[in-house]
Write a protein that binds this ligand. Structure first.
Ligand SMILES: NC(=O)c1ccc[n+]([C@@H]2O[C@H](COP(=O)([O-])OP(=O)(O)OC[C@H]3O[C@@H](n4cnc5c(N)ncnc54)[C@H](O)[C@@H]3O)[C@@H](O)[C@H]2O)c1
Length: 442
């Protein structure tokens, strides 16, 4: 048999994964393209909400097919399998344990749509098993996990797309063009804001029994053991440090990523000034903060993040958005629109640039999925590689750490992966995994 990427990986990963030990495969075979005529065979881990939308965005292209679904909640798994059958007439194999799914021979790529505390282990295992990965944002729930995920993607030579889909969206691509071609003059500041009701958390409920069909131990995975509570489960887990980072990481990662892209910065923040509080009077439960203001000084501009959870208003009548403030104009964007507000030239009695606006932006997940499929075939770098995902995630994790320890200024040494001014902060870089899960070592 002629050895190509597909049959080599199938042979090698079947034996390696089955034994519970992952061997290193030659990168030239791992990294050879999938033939353009091949369909990309996709599996999804975490099927309830965002992961399933991501999957559909892939399956709406003719060259993608779903061969596996995995979820720890049987009712989610069965409902999603029925939907795939009805909409696409496809019959994926079903799993409750992602490690079993990764043994499946005819699986090229996985989408990871689980809560943030699972992203790292699932990505590392998937890379080790020779799969390409689309991992939802934030790339992981801690700094150390983000670091090891970048290493894993590179070490195993996998295509990894992080789910910061705005990088593939028309509105932000156009905004970036205008910033980089000089339309707005020197970019001096990027104001970023995200105000959403849901960021205050959920109404309190008592601990209760684990719902039928749910493998709760596998939902918790590496996170600390605790009694089941509906508020910490589907969807609302994002308000608890064990699994997520609140609105700061949920929306902050997406929007701050745009502030970084404006200057093509792929650098962790070296210093961060954070104000955080719980100032809403609503009786909701959460660990995370409802109010945060963060300043990220950069070499020749500054990024500001402003978040007031529980409020559905914001600057320029947008509850979330960005203002790219240049010398000649400000561009204000959200996911569907941009508007250029020129500065006035008093001498020439005209705007310093043309005023223009666009309001017909569409969802960018389909384009981000297309980019991932294309990169699986070409082995080119995708629109949001893990290095970019890591840097965006650190822009959320560092202020969250600052808020948790009550130290407003943190100085970060990225080369040595440590804070230079706080041992308390250093203690929150790496999570302690609950046995039998162990932190990956690449
Ligand atoms: N890119 C975006 O615009 C966007 C939007 C929303 C959410 N997200 C991200 O998507 C991810 C999922 O968020 P969500 O809102 O869909 O969460 P969710 O709670 O609605 O769904 C998560 C699913 O993962 C399953 N799951 C948990 N542990 C699992 C395991 N070990 N193996 C298999 N399945 C497991 C759960 O049972 C659930 O079905 C998060 O990282 C979130 O930040 C991204």
């Amino acid at each position: 048999m002629k050895l190509n990427r597909r049959n080599f990986i199938q042979k090698a990963s079947a034996s390696a994964v089955g034994a519970g030990v992952f061997s290193i495969l030659p990168s030239e075979i791992w990294n050879s393209p999938v033939a353009p005529s091949d369909k990309i065979r996709i599996g999804l881990i975490g099927c309830k909400s965002q992961g399933f939308w991501d999957l559909k965005c892939h399956l709406n292209y003719d060259d993608a097919v779903c061969v596996a679904l995995c979820d720890v909640d049987s009712s989610v798994l069965n409902e999603r399998a029925a939907e795939i059958k009805k909409t696409y007439n496809q019959n994926p194999l079903l799993y409750k344990d992602f490690r079993k799914m990764l043994e499946q021979k005819d699986l090229d790529a996985v989408i990871i749509g689980t809560p943030d505390h699972w992203h790292c282990l699932q990505l590392v295992y998937a890379c080790q098993a020779g799969k390409d990965v689309y991992v939802e944002k934030p790339m992981a729930n801690t700094i150390a996990e983000c670091n090891v995920m970048v290493k894993a993607a590179n070490y195993y030579n996998r295509i990894v797309q992080v789910g910061q889909q705005q990088r593939s969206g028309f509105v932000f691509q156009e905004s970036m063009k205008m910033i980089k071609d000089g339309t707005i003059g020197k970019l001096r500041k990027v104001n970023v804001w995200g105000n959403f009701n849901y960021g205050t958390g959920s109404d309190p409920v008592a601990d209760g029994p684990v719902p039928a069909g749910v493998d709760y131990d596998m939902w918790l995975g590496p996170a600390p053991s605790r009694p089941f509570n509906m508020n910490r489960f589907h969807g609302s887990w994002r308000h608890f440090w064990d699994y997520g980072g609140g609105l700061m990481s949920d929306w902050g990662v997406h929007l701050l990523d745009m502030g970084l892209w404006a200057k093509d910065l792929v650098q962790a923040p070296s210093q961060v000034l954070t104000y955080a509080a719980n100032s809403s009077t609503e009786k909701k439960v959460r660990d995370t903060f409802d109010t945060m203001t963060v300043v990220y000084p950069k070499k020749d501009y500054v990024i500001n993040w402003d978040m007031t959870a529980g409020v559905q208003q914001g600057p320029y009548e947008k509850l979330y958005g960005l203002a790219f403030i240049g010398e000649n104009a400000t561009i204000v964007t959200d996911r569907n629109s941009y508007r250029v507000f020129p500065e006035w030239d008093g001498e020439k009695k005209t705007g310093k640039t043309e005023a223009k606006s666009y309001n017909e932006g569409k969802e960018s997940h389909p384009q981000h999925a297309r980019n991932f499929l294309d990169c699986i075939k070409s082995r080119n770098t995708p629109a949001c590689p893990p290095e970019t995902g890591r840097v965006a995630a650190l822009h959320a994790h560092i202020p969250n750490i600052s808020a948790r320890i009550g130290e407003p200024i943190l100085l970060w040494d990225d080369a040595n992966s440590r804070f230079t001014n706080s041992e308390k902060a250093n203690a929150l870089i790496k999570p302690e995994y609950r046995a039998p899960w162990t932190f990956p070592n690449i």
